[in-house]
Design a protein around this ligand. Structure first.
Ligand SMILES: [Zn+2]
Length: 165
């Protein structure tokens, strides 16, 4: 079973959850086509927020949407940012796990792969880039680990090697 990620971000953002997920379910290539048609025509590369819900379905929302709002406050299998290219047909070109609301591990890629397996997509070997999140055990700051530097950006405390949310 893939890990389910609960929301770990600030409470004030959680309070913006209105109820139902605001993300658009993308199950088939026709869903992706319809979603692209709702986006500004000036954008050839469309950046968006995504989550994979607990049923394994990809949901897309406008860029800068909060992941937890996209997910309706629920836990997710994956979350991050995606780029959809306006081709014929539209296709998914790039995906990251950048979500400080859920801090998903790089291996949530497997859930992403399952969710998009029937959708048009570029050749992707994984998240690009893949983010490693850790919470500081001393000051609780959420850190993005860069260059294997496991040190809190706020207090300098050593961050654990294991995912800790
Ligand atoms: Zn710290």
């Amino acid at each position: 079973m893939p890990r389910a990620y609960s929301y770990v971000g600030p409470l004030d953002i959680l309070q913006r959850v209105a109820g139902e997920p605001t993300g658009t379910p993308i199950r088939h290539h026709a869903d992706l086509q319809h979603w692209v048609e709702t986006q500004p025509a000036s954008l050839l590369s469309i950046p968006a927020t995504f989550i994979v819900d607990l049923a394994g379905v990809l949901l897309l929302a406008e860029r800068r949407s909060e992941h937890v709002v996209c997910a309706g406050g629920h836990a997710v299998l994956a979350a991050g940012e995606v780029v959809v290219e306006r081709g014929q047909p539209p296709f998914i070109a790039q995906i990251t796990n950048q979500s400080t609301g859920y801090c998903p591990e790089p291996d949530s890629w497997e859930s992403v792969q399952r969710a998009i397996q029937h959708l048009p997509q570029d050749v992707m070997e994984g998240f690009s880039p893949a983010f490693t999140f850790r919470r500081c055990p001393a000051c609780t700051q959420i850190n993005v680990v860069k260059d294997d530097d496991f040190e809190c950006s706020v207090c300098g405390c050593i961050l654990p090697q294991e995912w800790n949310f």
